[in-house]
Design a protein around this ligand. Structure first.
Ligand code: UD1
Length: 430
């Protein structure tokens, strides 16, 4: 199994191209099931999760072709992928596939809307909390679906004439449930109004793509999204928005290691709250024509408290990385996680590098230390694993991160992007 070896101490200088967002690409790919026409997505990141979803969509009958020649973009390889689901050959998403990737549960929306039925396995346990699917079920039931849960599967059927537009207010903000309800409502009879909807940029990107396919969605990016049902959707061409989590991760890496880096093909407006926290920690951040410049010279890292929240708050997907940065601050910081109840698994691994962190309920107290020392550590989930890389960049000596398949789910060519900026990071295959 591959491992990542980091020798800390080098500053980062250069350009890092930011890939298309994994968390936008996944729902966009799933939206292709809503039409028998071709949906073409540009700027699709080359990631294990994307490959897995390609397999899952193929199981439902999608014909998928990746541009033979990868479109070279900076030093990254954005790909253009065509999805055509002329016929849905299966409305079942089996346990073997859904348990590998939670987002594949989201096929329930398009399958139910287009075929009138779906049988989708419950996603099962997940390392970062229980992550239930009650909101999906309640929301689809509000659109008239009949839903039964049996033998670990959700069996959903639409009324004879199809789903029916309705008003549904999410009791809790959920990105996934907003994606699914929005997709399902595009083909419903009548108008659906979703209250307390997620406002994440990935939701806006999905709405933009669905509208290009002929949907009538408005209010995306606010907490009330209105979807006027249409009879059918057509094909479209859409460019996946930049990955704000990857952007924030590399910004924190530069803040940690010091240096001067341009993050290319991304937008500061996607992550204002996180960039503000990094600024307060002592880095200078400015917008350039092609992206974001981040600089930190000499001076130490200041302690900053953060609380994760739905967008536009501080993203839970950057919490672990920010904790990595705070391990070297000159004081005490508090990091509070409000989205997922068990998202502190990186704490014990960061401690192996010499970090001083104590947990009390949903809050981690991080007492900055003047030095971290490299050690073998284990990746526990996607974002946790990259926090170990960030810490490793500032640790003395060698940090060896095992179980890097977690990293490969969400970070395209991480070691190459960092190495090109002067970091000592390499993949070791056993
Ligand atoms: C998505 C992202 C994930 C990110 C998260 C929050 C993808 C593939 N994943 O995950 O990276 O960390 O948004 O920005 O895009 N909840 C319920 N019932 C439900 C659904 C959710 O209680 O039916 C809860 C969850 O347990 C969690 C909260 O709502 O506490 C937010 O979940 P949600 O926004 O749905 O996250 P995901 O879509 O799973």
């Amino acid at each position: 199994m591959d491992r990542i070896r980091i020798v800390g101490g080098n500053e980062l200088h250069g350009v890092i191209p930011i890939s298309g967002a994994k968390n936008a690409a996944l729902p966009l790919m799933i939206a292709s099931l809503l039409t028998d026409d071709t949906l073409t997505l540009e700027n699709v990141p080359h990631l294990a999760d994307v490959e897995q979803l390609i397999r899952i969509l193929g199981n439902h009958g999608a014909d998928i072709s990746v541009n033979g020649r990868r479109e070279r973009q900076g030093e990254s390889y954005a790909r253009t992928v065509h999805f055509t689901s002329r016929n849905i050959v299966s409305t079942t998403a089996p346990y073997e596939l859904v348990s590998k990737m939670r987002a594949s549960f989201w096929v329930i929306g398009p399958l139910l809307a287009r075929e009138g039925k779906a049988r989708v396995s419950l996603p099962g346990g997940c390392a970062i909390g229980t992550r239930p699917v009650d909101l999906f079920i309640e929301g689809l039931a509000a659109l008239g679906a009949n839903i039964e849960i049996e033998g670990g599967y959700v069996n959903a059927t639409a009324p004879a004439g199809g789903l029916i537009g309705a008003r549904y207010v999410f009791p809790k903000v959920s990105v996934g449930a907003t994606h699914v309800l929005m997709m399902a409502a595009t083909l419903a009879n009548g108008t659906t109004v979703l209250g307390n909807a997620a406002r994440e940029p990935e939701v806006v990107d999905l709405a933009k793509c669905l509208n290009a396919m002929g949907a009538k969605i408005s209010g995306q990016g606010t907490s009330t999204v209105t979807i006027e049902g249409v009879r059918s959707l057509s094909g479209a061409r859409h460019r996946v928005l930049p990955d704000r989590i990857e952007t924030g991760t590399y910004a924190m890496a530069v803040a940690m290691a010091g240096g001067d880096v341009i993050l290319e093909d991304t937008e500061a407006s996607l992550l204002d709250t996180a960039l503000e926290a990094i600024r307060r920690a002592g880095a200078q951040i400015s917008e350039t024509n092609s992206g974001i410049r981040i600089v930190r010279n000499g001076a130490g890292i200041k302690p900053v408290d953060i609380v994760t929240d739905p967008f536009p708050g501080f993203p839970t997907d950057l919490q672990a990385q920010f904790m990595g940065l705070m391990t070297r601050s000159s004081g005490v910081s508090h990091i509070t996680e409000t989205i997922f109840e068990n998202r502190f698994m990186h704490v014990q691994e960061l401690a192996r590098l010499g970090a001083k962190i104590s947990l009390s309920g949903q809050t981690a107290k991080v007492e900055g230390v003047s030095r971290l020392k490299g050690a073998p550590v284990m990746a526990t989930d996607l974002r946790a694993s990259v926090s170990l890389v960030i810490a490793g960049l500032a640790a003395e000596g060698e940090t060896m991160v095992s179980r890097v398949y977690h990293l490969d789910r969400g970070f395209e060519r991480l070691e190459e992007k960092l190495t090109r900026c002067g970091a000592h990071v390499e993949r070791v295959s056993d």
